[in-house]
Ligand binder design. Structure first.
Ligand SMILES: [Ca+2]
Ligand SMILES: [Ca+2]
Length: 75
């Protein structure tokens, strides 16, 4: 008999624009984002400390838009 409990998957919270780790996207995360604005030297593994959210090598408007998608969301 199968033990259904073994199929339980634990999901880690994932909010890529939560830079300060408080599980919400707020003004503090924008403040943490700004120092990296327009950097073009982002690469694996840290992607400019995660600010290059779409991992294209630079911190630009596309990353800011992704940050905006999570605006005021919390886990
Ligand atoms: Ca946060
Ligand atoms: Ca980017």
């Amino acid at each position: 008999m199968l033990d259904d409990a073994r199929w339980t998957v634990q999901m880690e919270p994932y909010l890529p624009s939560d830079f300060d780790g408080d599980l919400c996207v707020t003004l503090a995360d924008i403040e943490a984002f700004l120092p990296y604005w327009l950097r073009t030297d982002c690469n694996d593994p840290d992607w400019c400390d995660g600010r290059d959210i779409d991992r294209n090598g630079q911190v630009d408007l596309a990353d800011f838009a992704l940050l905006g998608q999570g605006w005021l969301l919390c886990y």
